[in-house]
Design a protein around this ligand. Sequence first.
Ligand SMILES: [Zn+2]
Length: 191
Amino acid sequence: MNASIRDAIPVAQGNYPCLILNADYQPLSYFPLSLWSWQDAVKAVFLDRVNVVDHYEQTVRSASFEMEIPSVVALKDYVAQNRSPAFTRFNLFLRDGFECVYCQSPDELTFDHLIPRRLGGKTTWQNIVAACSKCNLRKGGRLPKDAGMIPQIKPFRPTMHQLQAQGRRFPPNHLHESWLDYLYWDVELEP
Ligand SMILES: [Zn+2]
């Protein structure tokens, strides 16, 4: 997945996504990138929950106020990032980089129990890996060594920080220029 800033689509009419930073000015989430609709961002400004960091040139108006639409806001209250990530399909694929741990294919991803269920393998972070359908089928209900298929990673329970770091590998297609000062991607963006 590659993103080029030059290819970034212009903000569509009426669609002004706002980048959400934590109180430490780090993005709340890289992947999916933490974004709110402009309506939610404006509401948060009025509720005094965020500081406006940058804004679009466009303004919103009502009878009683006018404001520039925020493009980047920072939460006033820090959201702790040391909680355990939920054991979800998305987070598991993210941990494994959206690739099959056996052949590195990104296609038709599904799950594999390293120790098959019929041999007592549990559905846990430590026993589930992302695998493409082909490898999953090939491995069948066997142990990795019996199938001659050794996963490239040793599955583990990730921390939020580890998932954030993984998320940096996947910049979205659309990045507003005002966001770039707050985002650090592991891939090179074209100038
Ligand atoms: Zn595979």
